[in-house]
Design a protein around this ligand. Structure first.
Ligand code: 0X9
Ligand code: ZN
Length: 442
């Protein structure tokens, strides 16, 4: 009888696998970065800086990492169409540059081995179908598919959050704070060792920028460590945690299926270009420096502050807990920085030194990767409408942007083998924030 039931379930699943719409990539365009390169150019003086700026404008180059001063490299994504010409222009101007990534698509293909098929077409079709078949069958068994050896899709991440809430109901509460533009839930995990959940709290978010895959990976790792590792119990004793691993799930899915280098949300803008930069869409100094009104720009600020459902939902949730949340950490990549507000301009909050001391104490915990601590607009560039500035503006004293690894060898396409080292390096720094917050009464 049991055997019969298993066979029936198997067959139904198999049929469902054959008929259900499978993969969005079949119906939408997939962007290839074949032949694209990442160049890192280092201007040594004002003339060279201006020359580079001119080149960026002339060729509308995409900047991966900005250079604020002499001898700091600027990372540029170069389309194959311009490479020969640009080589000549840079050589003429004697500006030193290095090709960091020789073929972006190869780098993308090798980034996440588990999702990249490398066999023949027949093998791939067979294994993909087999994997789907098995996945659908396995989804009947309670558990999850999360690990930190590869980058995971939203379904796996959300599956893990649900699994934790079901398995550890006394510790974990899963709150949907709203829906994304495309209707995905926006999940915040509350981790609290008391049922009331009213201790001073630390907020961490990841995945504001879709292509910065290491960020949701680190956020989910932190959740795993806090919930599933008994040794970390002391981190929950005096502090509650709110962790949102994927703030921009539409964008994140889009980077997995259609365009690995997508940054923004996926809202319709009434033009041919979609999405706003969620980190220019928060309601403090909205529309200021380092933002754009051009809907096609990577730093488009949106039609108004909090125009995006994602930033609106998050800000509503955090505002309701502004007295409880003492630390705001937003995880981005890359550069290895702990950035302190203000980011909208080279301005310093009155309590900047306290913020800097705490960040330095946290940075001193990193063993493998060295992080630079400093004012955001000064170290990177002025950029208004960021979530860190907004959190600071509503009174969350310790508000930081973390730019995770690396410093530019791989940039946004950090191979999956780096996930564990980056996570393990980062996690111990949280103790510094816990110790600070634990002394605060709310
Ligand atoms: O530009 C950004 O939004 C962040 N860098 S990233 O490469 N991850 O895109 C830095 C944001 C720093 N904070 C503010 N400017 N408010
Ligand atoms: Zn970012």
């Amino acid at each position: 009888m049991t055997l019969l039931l298993v066979i029936v379930v198997f067959s139904c699943v198999f049929v469902a696998c054959q008929t259900a719409p499978q993969d969005q990539s079949w119906t939408e365009d997939v962007v290839s970065y074949s032949g694209f390169q990442l160049w890192s150019a280092t201007p040594r003086n004002k003339t060279e800086r201006e020359f580079l700026l001119k080149i960026r404008q002339d060729y509308e180059l995409e900047v991966w990492r900005e250079s604020r001063s002499d001898n700091r490299p600027v990372d540029l994504l170069i389309s194959p169409d311009f490479q020969t010409e640009l080589k000549l222009r840079l050589a003429d101007a004697q500006i030193p540059y290095e090709v960091k990534i020789a073929d972006m698509q190869t780098e993308i293909n090798n980034e996440n081995p588990n999702i990249t098929d490398s066999g023949t077409e027949f093998e791939n079709r067979f294994t993909t179908r087999f994997k789907r078949y098995m996945a659908a069958f396995i989804s009947f068994i309670p558990g999850h598919k999360m690990d930190w050896n590869s980058y995971h899709r939203v379904d796996d991440i959300y599956g893990y959050l649900n699994y934790l809430a079901d398995t550890y109901p006394r510790l974990v509460q899963l709150v949907s704070v709203g829906s994304s533009y495309e209707g995905r839930p926006l999940y915040v995990v509350r981790i609290s060792s008391s049922s009331s959940g009213t201790k001073p709290a630390i907020w961490i978010d990841g995945g504001i920028h879709a292509r910065e895959w290491i960020s949701p990976a680190v956020a989910t790792y932190i959740i795993q460590q806090l919930v599933e590792v008994a040794d970390n119990e002391r981190l929950l004793r005096n502090v509650d945690w709110y962790i949102m691993p994927v703030m921009n799930p539409d964008g994140y899915e889009y980077t997995h299926v259609n365009n690995r280098l997508w940054r923004k949300t996926r809202s319709m803008t009434g033009s041919r270009c979609r999405g706003a930069d969620p980190n220019r869409n928060f309601g403090y100094q909205w529309g200021g420096k380092g933002t754009s009104r051009d809907k096609c720009s990577e730093i488009y600020h949106g039609s108004n502050a909090f125009s995006e459902p994602e930033t609106r939902a998050v800000s509503n949730f955090i505002s309701g807990k502004a007295n409880q949340i003492q630390v705001y950490l937003t995880l981005h990549s890359y550069g290895q920085y702990l950035l302190i507000p203000w980011g909208y301009a080279v301005e310093y909050p009155a309590d900047y030194n306290e913020m800097r001391d705490l960040a330095k104490a946290a940075a001193s915990k990193f063993r493998r990767y060295k992080y630079t601590v400093g004012n955001s607009a000064d170290l990177l560039y002025p950029a208004a409408g960021g979530s860190d500035d907004w959190a600071k503006s509503i009174g969350i004293k310790y508000s930081y942007t973390v730019e995770l690894a690396d410093t530019g060898r791989h940039g946004f396409i950090l191979p999956a083998s780096f996930i564990q080292p980056v996570c393990e390096d980062f996690f111990p720094a949280l103790e510094v924030f816990v110790d600070k917050v634990a002394t605060i009464k709310v």
